[in-house]
Design a protein around this ligand. Structure first.
Ligand code: ADP
Length: 500
């Protein structure tokens, strides 16, 4: 049975002071209230209590932020040398590191995730992403191209920044998503209007303060807090935004792609997933069991890459499912700020209702709840880690992205890699997959057959700044991280010179 340790320590120190201070929008280097004067609540998902209020931007604030980003793009940022941009980005990374505890606290307060995951995982990864892309700022070049036309020619390409980038991010990794978006944009020479998710604005506002502190010119990074349907929609449709980058649900991704058609701004989308974890019979089962559990329960399953369909060969199915279920039942549940916590709350009441609704659908459709499936919604949005078995391919728990700590275990009884891949690929999504085996030959062959943007072998949810990340099928457009991320924020100009 899961141990419950709801209580969170009282908020003290710099994070408490930041939460208590008034929150405004960062536009053109100034902190300003929303023009409407409206504010919106930030809720601690472990207690369902309001912890802060932030400005609620809408279209008029979006216009002001885009104007500021445009002025910075045409002005000081375009004159800044690549090496100077790189230095500022390094300084920002150092400034993030210097307030690791404060950022980790804000992150776990508003998102609910275990504080150790914020402190040891997300905050350092955020800083590292800025450092990685700082390195690229001085290495973005075109090429000289020999051509076959008669006469003497000198032809080359330039890689120029796309311009003003609007970036809309989700609540599941509020800090690292910010870095994945802003860092490559700045390296490429773009300016930014960032809209954090309405559930998790605090970390983005705190990092917003650091941009001015380390010396970024006004307007290079603007942060506007507000709702998707208003501020987010205004950004997506804005005629003076050159590029929109979005991470979030597939449904909203489609809305954004449609809204972007007005001025045909460039679009990149990192969307949902229903990633398979595939355990072959020769796998190291202790490693595979721990890996399969972490694949779904890390971040309470609120990962677009969560391993939510666990395919296990019949020969080892009982042992793997029992192992994952036992691990799930042993996890300590509590407020993210409690250092003992392994499973925090879901982000919001809405998400709680959605996840518990899926579990109920599964039950009603005749699936077996092997473990978990309990929920505590009055005082925080907690759902116990859940393993479901005896599903059918048409059930909603199999077809839909649940975005919670819920995994469906599915046995397979074949060694035919095409058949295994066919089942794994039976989804509208294609973000990631993990394969668990000691046989590297099988691993490489199956990796080629599974339709997903990332294939992990004997690991899951592994990211590195240097590795491109993004989706096949309805999991998105474009690749973030790695050198490929720069393609999202640059455009190629061809220069052809006829030599006299
Ligand atoms: P979730 O459903 O998990 O909250 P969303 O895709 O709705 O995920 O949210 C991700 C981000 O997209 C958030 O910053 C949210 O405010 C924003 N968003 C939601 N709806 C829209 C929209 N219609 N246009 C632009 N952004 C939106």
């Amino acid at each position: 049975m899961n141990v419950h340790i709801h209580a969170a320590p009282k908020l003290v120190g710099p994070a408490a002071a930041f939460v208590a201070a008034p929150k405004k929008l960062l536009i053109g280097g100034q902190w300003v209230p929303a023009l409407s004067g409206k504010t919106t609540e930030v809720i601690d998902p472990s207690s369902a209590r309001v912890v802060a209020h932030v400005a609620e931007a809408d279209k008029a604030d979006v216009d002001a932020a885009v104007k500021a980003a445009r002025a910075a793009f045409e002005g000081p940022w375009s004159r800044m040398l690549p090496a100077e941009r790189a230095k500022l980005m390094w300084k920002l990374a150092d400034a993030i590191d210097a307030i690791t505890d404060e950022l980790a606290t804000l992150n776990s307060l508003e998102n609910g995730k275990p504080i150790n995951d914020s402190r040891k995982g997300e905050v350092p990864f955020t800083a590292e992403t800025f450092r990685y892309f700082a390195g690229w700022a001085t290495k973005i070049n075109g090429e000289q191209i020999p051509i076959s036309a008669p006469g003497d020619w000198h032809c080359y390409t330039r890689r120029e920044p796309v311009g003003v980038a609007a970036q809309i991010i989700p609540w599941n990794f509020p800090l690292s998503m910010l870095a994945w978006k802003i860092a490559p944009a700045l390296a490429a020479g773009c300016t930014v209007v960032l809209k954090p998710a309405e559930q998790t604005p605090l970390g983005a506002l705190r990092i917003g303060e650091l941009f001015a502190e380390v010396g970024f010119p006004d307007g290079v990074v603007n942060v506007i807090t507000g709702f998707g349907e208003t501020a987010g929609a205004a950004l997506s449709a804005h005629p003076d935004v050159d590029k929109i980058a979005f991470t979030g649900s597939t449904d909203v991704g489609k809305l954004i792609a449609r809204a972007a058609t007005g001025n045909l701004k460039k679009v990149s989308l990192e969307l949902g997933g229903k990633s398979p974890t595939i355990v072959l019979p020769d796998a190291d089962l202790d490693v595979a069991i721990a890996g399969a559990a972490s694949a779904i329960f890390f971040n309470m399953g609120q990962c677009c890459t969560a391993g939510s369909r666990l395919f296990v060969h019949k020969k080892v199915y009982d042992r793997v499912v029992e192992g994952v279920a036992a691990g799930a039942a042993a996890m300590r549940i509590g407020a993210g700020l409690n250092p003992e916590t392994e499973v925090g709350p879901l982000i919001s009441r809405e998400q709680f209702d959605k996840v518990t609704g899926f579990i109920e659908d599964g039950r009603r459709d005749g699936a077996e709840i092997v473990t978990g499936g309990e929920s505590f919604g009055e005082d925080g949005f907690f759902v116990t880690p859940t393993v479901i078995a005896k599903t059918r391919p048409d059930m909603s728990v199999i077809r839909e992205e649940i975005f919670g700590p819920v995994v469906c275990a599915i046995p397979f009884d074949t060694d035919d890699l095409d058949a295994i891949a066919r089942d794994a690929n039976d989804t509208a999504f294609g973000l990631a997959a993990s394969l668990w085996t000691r046989d590297l030959g099988l691993a490489h062959k199956l990796a080629a057959k599974v339709k997903a943007g990332t294939i992990w072998i004997n690991t899951h949810n592994f990211n590195d700044c240097a590795l491109p990340f993004g989706g096949f099928k309805q999991s998105g457009w474009g690749r973030e991280l790695g050198a490929q991320a720069l393609d999202l924020y640059t455009q190629v100009k061809t220069v052809a010179i006829r030599l006299p």
